[in-house]
Design a binder for this molecule. Structure first.
Ligand SMILES: C[S@@+](CC[C@H](N)C(=O)[O-])C[C@H]1O[C@@H](n2cnc3c(N)ncnc32)[C@H](O)[C@@H]1O
Length: 229
């Protein structure tokens, strides 16, 4: 049994060397997947406006629902994602809407291709949990680096209640991180954050709000505490 688990782990790493193959197939089969912005995005956009936010990074922008929505509201949008299919769909959606955004193929665990302090805000909706903890920490470090002093974040992740679901045949690969072997996200890493973990991993941010949204994801809004690292 033990050997079987180690084998699965090795298989994951071998697959993980490429560009998120499972999200590629999900977007290939389902197209956009998300067609409406996150329910709280109008309120978050209003808060961003009140804070003088002009330039936003959509980390793991997927097929572009927030690039399109926030561009329409007048924000200058940048985004990256590890899925070429997602980016092609996002570009199509932007072009059809007569909008422009700077989008790139990039993996969130690698250094972000932007200068220190470039963004006023970073959003990541249902994205940063798709990694091992050590890689999530790299992503958080980069979010902090590319944000200007007192820049804003809005992030959503699944809650630590989710692993109780039986239909995904979850295999634990480290504390709090699982790979489902069934369901449409089969093979995709999921880290289930506890509330305490979020406060500790995001300790260079003041967390202003934390709540569970109507889809069962934990959302948090925060501000970078200090000047650029
Ligand atoms: C649930 S979708 C959310 C997409 C988008 N944020 C939204 O709200 O519509 C998760 C996204 O994370 C992207 N993703 C997964 N692992 C990634 C990685 N290592 N680097 C960058 N993007 C990644 C996937 O390609 C996918 O677009």
């Amino acid at each position: 049994m033990r050997n079987y688990k180690i084998m699965c782990h090795v298989t994951y790493y071998q697959r993980g060397a490429g560009a998120t193959p499972d999200w590629e197939s999900i977007f290939g089969e389902e197209g956009k997947v998300f067609t409406e912005p996150h329910k709280d995005m109008p309120r978050i956009a209003q808060i961003f406006k009140e804070r003088g936010v002009k330039i936003i990074l959509d980390l793991g922008c997927g097929t572009g629902r927030h690039l399109v929505y926030l561009s329409k509201l007048g924000f200058r949008m940048y985004g990256f994602d590890a899925s070429p299919r997602a980016l092609a769909l996002a570009q199509e959606w932007l072009s059809e809407s007569g909008l422009k955004a700077d989008i790139k193929l990039h993996k969130m665990e690698a250094p972000f291709p932007y200068a220190d302090g470039f963004f006023d805000a970073v959003i990541a909706v249902h994205v940063i949990h798709h990694n091992l903890v050590r890689d999530i920490l790299k992503t958080i470090h980069e979010v902090e680096r590319v944000l200007r002093p007192w820049g804003s974040i809005f992030i959503s992740v699944p809650t630590d209640r989710t692993p109780s679901r039986g239909d995904w045949d979850l295999q634990m690969v480290e504390k709090g991180t699982y790979i489902p072997h069934k369901g449409k996200e089969s093979g995709v890493l999921h880290h289930y954050f506890t509330e305490e973990e979020i406060y500790s991993m995001f300790d260079s941010f003041d967390i202003l709000e934390m709540y569970i949204d109507d889809t069962g994801h934990r959302c948090f809004l925060g501000t970078k505490k200090k000047s650029c690292s």
